[in-house]
Ligand binder design. Structure first.
Ligand SMILES: O=C(O)CCC(=O)C(=O)O
Length: 276
């Protein structure tokens, strides 16, 4: 064990999540936030589906976060030492902007087998009950993949496809995962989770990193890419992504656009129940 206790690993398997864990001191997280805000001044809003997705290909500060030793040690304790990033999302809610995330499972639109993906959600600002921290339904990862459908008329839904789980969610059983800047939570790919709007006066900023062991494969037709962040890849199910050497270098921006198109196109041949 490199970071987690046996009890924490046990909790992940029985409950579907662990929180809070610490990746870095608060001051370091604030410095990352400063770099994020400098990138926003240069490149505009970091929107999901654009620069806010797979941002580890565009920004050196995101690449650095994904390779944080304590973060990877915790992930390694769950999935082993050969680790790829499958995707990454910057979850940014403005103060009182109404944005929320409906109940969903990550596995429902990832198209991965076996279902061993783990999401690490790293806070770069205070993620509290008031600012709309991530909520999870304990043990919901034990029920397999649920049907999802598109919620029309919900423009504040942060997921690009606005999907939500069709099953009745017992909200009373939901557990909030509040985090200080520099802390992170881990949730299972099948755990039903979501978050409420940010009612605080500050932005709520999190980096959601989807880590997979190299043995996992994509079940759709396309050949996808992943970033090897620890260990070796003895399977070759994914082409390895190229890390940025500067923020938004033109060739890397073009590379990101091509990777993103391939990623989103690849989901089109997955069944609706599983995907969008
Ligand atoms: O940031 C949020 O509120 C939702 C995060 C989420 O859905 C995820 O990390 O998978």
């Amino acid at each position: 064990m490199k970071h987690l206790t046996r009890e924490q690993v046990g909790q992940f398997h029985s409950e579907g999540y662990i929180s809070p864990l610490t990746a870095m001191p608060e001051a370091e997280a604030r410095a990352f936030r400063d770099r994020l805000e400098a990138s926003e001044r240069e490149s505009g809003p970091l929107r999901i589906g654009k620069y806010g997705s797979k941002s580890h290909l565009l920004f050196t500060w995101v690449d650095e976060i994904t390779r944080n030793r304590r973060l990877l040690d915790a992930v390694e304790d769950l999935i082993g030492e050969d680790i790829l990033i499958y995707t990454l999302t910057l979850w940014i809610k403005g103060a009182k902007d109404g944005a929320f995330v409906d109940w969903h499972q990550d596995a429902s639109y990832f198209g991965l087998e076996p279902k061993e993906q783990v999401t690490a959600w790293v806070a770069l600002s205070e993620s509290s009950e008031q600012s709309g921290c991530v909520r999870v339904i304990p043990r919901s990862h034990l029920g397999g993949v649920y049907r999802h459908s598109i919620r029309e008329g919900t423009s504040n839904h942060m997921l690009p496809r606005r999907q939500a789980v069709d099953t009745e969610v017992d909200e009373a059983s939901a557990v909030r995962m509040p985090l200080k800047p520099g802390q992170f939570s881990l949730h299972h790919t099948l755990a039903i989770h979501g978050s409420e709007p940010n009612l605080s006066d500050d932005r709520r900023i999190g980096v959601g990193i989807s880590y997979i062991p190299t043995r996992v494969r994509f079940t759709g037709k396309a050949r996808l890419t992943g970033m090897l962040v620890r260990g070796t890849d003895r399977y070759g199910h994914f082409d390895h992504e190229r890390a940025p050497v500067a923020n938004c270098a033109p060739d890397q921006v073009a590379y990101h656009a091509q990777v993103m198109k391939n990623y989103f196109d690849s989901k089109k041949d997955l069944r609706l129940a599983d995907a969008e």
